[in-house]
Design a protein around this ligand. Structure first.
Ligand code: C5P
Length: 243
């Protein structure tokens, strides 16, 4: 499915500035260019879901990266109460279990709202390594565990997963072409990470070639002197390799 998505529609611009109002100039600059924005836990916790109105009134699709994880009824009810604010994709920890994931699927499927968010599983956080997962009693490699959790996500009704560039291929192979893969840790032009806090980075072109559908990109856009130019350059970089 990957190549059918236009390059503009593949980029999710992370709105990581705080307070949220500091993201408004970027929303205005990229309106009509970028399709997706990402809003994270901090903004929702501190400022409330009412902030979704800002990207919504400008016509953006919203990726709500909340990484929900609790007992099924709590997560399902939270999702149900959030849906009226309007968003298009939300993250759930696969470690919450099949019951939690299925309860969320049920909430979305039974909603009368026509705007139904995609459910994305979070497998193993990229801040964790093999020592961390061994502490939890997991004897697989990180990649092996990611693959298992992606399969659980798919079997439990998730539409896709969030995955680092290094995990895309194994998940695509295990879960097929229709499973959405959203990838952060993207650095344009294959440059080294100037922010040096991402463990594994990949260029937009490489991630798309490996099979990622959507790319989460923050500082290379909102931290650029000219965010519009930075966005356009990333689009050009993706398109140049889709020929
Ligand atoms: O590094 P950059 O500014 O492009 O990050 C964009 C967004 O992706 C941030 O909101 C960050 O929290 C998120 N993210 C990430 N790496 C992960 C998971 C999420 O950078 N492994």
């Amino acid at each position: 499915m990957g190549n059918q998505i236009s390059a503009n529609d593949r980029i999710i611009v992370a709105l990581d500035r705080s307070p949220f109002s500091e993201n408004l100039p970027l929303l205005d600059m990229l309106q009509g260019r970028a399709r997706w924005v990402k809003i994270g836990l901090r903004s929702i916790l501190v400022e409330g879901p009412g902030i979704l109105e800002k990207p919504n009134e400008r016509g953006y699709k919203i990726f709500l990266d909340l990484k929900l994880h609790d007992i099924p009824s709590t997560v399902a009810s939270s999702l149900e109460n959030l849906m009226p604010y309007g968003f298009d994709m939300v993250t759930l920890h696969v470690a919450g279990g099949r019951g939690m994931l299925k309860a969320c699927r049920e909430v979305v499927d039974s909603s009368e709202d026509s705007r139904k968010p995609l459910l994305l599983g979070v497998t193993v956080l990229t801040s964790l390594d093999h020592t961390d997962i061994r502490d939890f009693g997991v004897m697989y490699s990180v990649a092996g565990h990611v693959k298992r959790l992606a399969e659980v996500a798919q079997q439990s009704g998730c539409d896709g997963v969030v995955a680092s560039g290094g995990e895309v291929k194994i998940i695509r192979g295990a879960c097929g072409d229709d499973f959405k893969i959203v990838t952060p840790g993207i650095r344009p032009g294959g440059q080294d990470d100037p922010f040096s806090d991402q463990r594994r980075v990949m260029s937009p072109r490489e991630a798309v070639e490996l099979g990622s559908d959507l790319l989460v990109i923050g500082r290379p856009i909102h931290g650029a002197d000219d965010p519009v130019k930075a966005f356009d350059n990333i689009v050009a970089e993706i398109e140049s390799d889709q020929d």
